[in-house]
Design a protein around this ligand. Sequence first.
Ligand SMILES: [Fe+2]
Length: 504
Amino acid sequence: MTQIFTDLKKEGGHSCLSRRRPSAKVDQPRRKAGPPLPSNRGLENPLSVSSFSPPGASPLCALCVLCGLFLSPLLFFTVPVHADEYHRAAVDRAPRNFPDRIVLNWSGDPATTASVTWRTDTSITKAEGQIAEADGSPNFVTWARSEEARTEKWKRNANVAHFHSVTFEDLKPDTLYAYRVGSGNIWSSWYQFRTASAEPDDFTFIYLGDAQNNILALWARTIRTAVLDAPHADFIIYAGDIVNHANMDSEWQELFDSGGWIHAKIPSIPSPGNHEYSDYRDADKRRLSTLWRPQFTLPENGPEGLAETTYFTDYQGARIISLNSCELHQEQVPWLEQVLEDNPNRWTFVTFHHPVFSATGGNENEILRELWKPIFDKYAVDLVLQGHNHTYARGHNIGSGAAVRDPTKGTVYVVSVSGPKQSRIKKQPWMTRGGENTQLYQVITVSGDTVQYRAMTAVGELYDAFDLVKQTGKPNKLIDRIPQSPERRWGNTLEKKDEDDKIF
Ligand SMILES: [Fe+2]
């Protein structure tokens, strides 16, 4: 039994096993009649082939396994591995005594502080972070100072781990630092990052819609391409549904295997989606993932009951606000008003999961239109970055409804998706550009009076672009820079090889 399947059963999540199709329809090139192919139970880790004994396996497959066992270990790696419909990549989520899942956040001022969170097994009860100004000489390490970590235990069924967190303070603005985390003689590598300038200055960030499904198999390429495209990005915004099952530890492992050192080097600004909640359809039972707060160290400047999900961070002349669209909507209204009224920054970007205007139809988010949109209008929020619909849509000048344009309202609304789950768009008048069946990332650059926005496909093709220019006393001027390419729709993009293949 592989780690993954053990994980699914123990955590009681939505088992992928329930989605299995008959073994004759595995995700391999279309085949004619013949003996059924084996399922891949036990094959997610090729090394586990030796324990593989699926019901209904053909004599031919059994022979292959025997050959692999007795003739040559090398043959293990030449036996075709038949992925099942879930196309999931294998992970090993077990914590060890060395640091993993290292993530850089801000819980305080990005110019003078930085927060780091990491995981170990429970044998590590005391941990620390070390930080020094980075230098071309490796001797910078001898100048490091230490900060003791706060450690908390996370336990769910048979899974147990320690999460450690430090906040480095009194850092110099606009300075390159290096840090490492660990304890005793077990340490991570040194990761470099630059503190924010204390003054307004240009910067670039990446925005990612839902990762959610098959994270390591199919989302990893999106974040990796994004960072190769924008290697000097100053932070990454995640608009929720980072995982599919809030408490499924192996999906969180996929997230960190996907980004690797990216998570440790580029600060994350995550906002929770409904999939970061267990029982999210039931308001009485709904609970934030037990991993969210142990895994991130985020500002606790939000309204009561929404710590580390509703918060704001000021970065070089911009206020970045995470709202929690999954619960307590009304309770966030006075806080949001206050945070926008007392906002000394030139730019304001808001992120949350459920879109104010649905890209797939319906009025499911009417509560956000009634409660939050008037506040965005009143304070002229520049960008609203959302997820949830598993499709792409972007529009602005949106009045009192999805069909009403109002030139006095300059806020740009974006819905996007970075993972493989894709839905159908319902084109509506508010949308300037839409798209389907496409994994996307966004690179957004603030440059003086202008915001430059690029939406890119997971293969690095420009899909949508605009500039947003500040105008005194007037809504921002939007200059479309949409490429000539047609809108990507189900009808003009890559089809599945087999109609009933499932890719998530
Ligand atoms: Fe969602």
